[in-house]
Design a protein around this ligand. Sequence first.
Ligand code: GLN
Length: 547
Amino acid sequence: MTHYIFITGGVVSSLGKGICGSSLAALLQARGLRVHMRKFDPYLNVDPGTMSPYQHGEVFVTHDGAETDLDLGHYERFTDQQSTRYDSVSSGQIYRSVIEAERRGDYLGATIQVIPHVTTMIKQAMMRDIDDGIDYCIIEIGGTVGDIESLPFLEAIRQLRADLGRERTLFAHVTLVPYIPAAGELKTKPSQHSVKELLGLGIQPDILVCRSSVEIPASAREKLALFCNIRPENVIAAHDVSTIYAVPQALHEEGFDRQVLQYFGYDPATNPANIEPWINFVSRIQAPNREVTLGIIGKYTGLVDVYKSICESLIHAGAQNNTKVHIRWVDSESLEPLDEAGIGHTLGGLDGILVPGGFGHRGVEGKVRAITYARIHAVPVLGICLGMQMMVVEAARNLLGLSDAGSSEFGETPHPVVGLMTEWIKDTETINRHTRGDLGGTMRLGAYPCILAPGTHAQKLYGCSAIVERHRHRYEVCATYVPDLAKKGFVFSGMSPEGDLPEIVEITSHPYFIGVQFHPEFCSRPTRPHPLFDGLVRAMGMGKNHS
Ligand code: GLN
């Protein structure tokens, strides 16, 4: 029988509800229990695919090709379980389903209202495809209690408590307990108000998770318990820790998972938690015996959330190699006006370079400059999606002498080495196979297979001959240029199973020059770093002198 744990947030946003929920999931898993995670976001966009990275951070992509909130990345990294398109739900999707149902006549002429029609649609989405074998389904409600937008979600979980009963539902509320230095005190009032707000909506939280920058003394806990009508042992302190991966251990020591089990009437001693892997992983992060610096040549360099999964993948690969990977953010546009010496000055001293994915023309020439530098100076470099496409553009220009080679994403070019698949594949069946018929046949989203060429760097790194990786792009490298580039030592080491779409490129004679059309960062896990990030970190600092 599945129990539902709802996680709401109060006082301010960015309290780390996602990390809190993911940590609880990891702790329950550490007790041998089966968990599932879901996120409900109050915005009206149908998905975050077209939202500005400035506002929304990274768009995470699931195996089945859904563009989702970045919290799903945390869910996957903490639980090592694949999410699906049903695990990221926005108000926009809910309202669209309700309106479509109304247009089809499903409501038989009834007046369509938020309660019950919208809330019923939300409840169905919350329980969709959750099989009985799942012990705990953890549902995070995006936004902050008090926002107008999240009201239908809160009403839906209030109803679910009535539908399923107290014995199958738990409300955990994450709040902030701020420390006021001038008074030397922790303040419980904002949490009290937030709980009051929830009470006004008919929801009494069962567990309070209190974020704070310092330890919460017993007196503050008792006060919170008393004023918020919560048992003192269910007030869980979550003070700041050095890495998000230390949160499971910290919450375990606070008794979060134990209290959850006790709330549902289970004896926590029956399923003791083995959190050893988390403790070991954190100690590897904290005790590196080597430091390297990686330059990320990006467009949104002020906003690390845009490259969230990449940063996490580097932590995983760093821990695996006892290496601290420092990141130097390099604005790709800033490289464009520089001469050779200027590029050398800006990128010199980097142990490695990563050229991430992106959309649009701005900054692409800077990416090309960084790739030339890495290729010539034997600096380890990983190109992801747009980064790989720019590797091919760079090679076409500088190895094949096609000086005006480019991508048709950025306008007319006599040598479109990167273009829309439809520019050279005319057969609709093939295009549909490559895109599952999405977006007029031009967007590849989600997992697709790739065959690795024997003896290549890529094949050795993966240690197998066929892989499956997640994609998110419209443009493709044109296979026509493969033979000419291969003659120059620029090898296509991964291709689609039919051999018509390039997936991985590399320079065999370079210490580490790899470009991938897919996004390896979505599949890196704490104790299972992605082979391409692992290889990059290993290669960094070991190459030639490139200063
Ligand atoms: N803009 C490129 C494309 O659509 C690359 C996308 C990406 O890097 N995710 O193909």
